[in-house]
Ligand binder design. Structure first.
Ligand code: RB5
Length: 145
């Protein structure tokens, strides 16, 4: 299950991402926003991140104007590793090395074709494990509350 979230600035991409997931037969839960009316990204990013933290969703794709705000919110949640990506190679490495479980993108910063490439790489790349697993484990074990 993929958690999907945006604010008004990421709403158009979010709706298109749902179409991609539907086409691929990947189940998802939409945590809002429900329109492109002005809204606050923490409202939706917190709810979607908590679903990942609680194990209700395995991964997330969050969109705001830049991908930064939703990413900051996501990384405050236990067990969430959010990566803001503007090129596919960043998404590939975020999966391979960081086992990123949330992808954040900025609708005001990248075009849709690039977004599709980034999302595809994020969904299709598995974590490499090995030495990276120890580092990823330390992200959480060394985090102070
Ligand atoms: C909304 O104007 C914008 O600030 C928001 O979508 C996001 O880019 C924040 O990080």
């Amino acid at each position: 299950m993929i958690a999907i979230a945006s604010d008004h600035a990421g709403y158009t991409f979010k709706e298109k991402i749902k179409e991609i997931l539907q086409q691929r037969g990947i189940s998802f839960k939409d945590y809002g926003a429900s329109s492109d009316e002005r809204s606050d990204y923490p409202d939706f990013a917190h709810a979607a991140s908590e679903a990942i933290s609680q194990g209700e969703c395995e991964r997330g794709i969050f969109v705001c104007g830049t991908g930064i705000g939703v990413g900051i919110v996501a990384n405050k949640h236990k067990g969430v590793r959010a990566a803001m990506c503007q090129i596919p190679e960043a998404a590939r490495l975020a999966r391979l090395h960081n086992n990123a479980n949330v992808l954040t993108i900025g609708e005001r910063l990248i075009g849709w074709d690039t977004a599709v490439e980034i999302i595809t790489v994020f969904l299709d790349t598995e974590f490499e494990g090995g030495r990276h697993a120890d580092r990823v484990e330390k992200i959480h074990s060394l985090t102070k509350k």
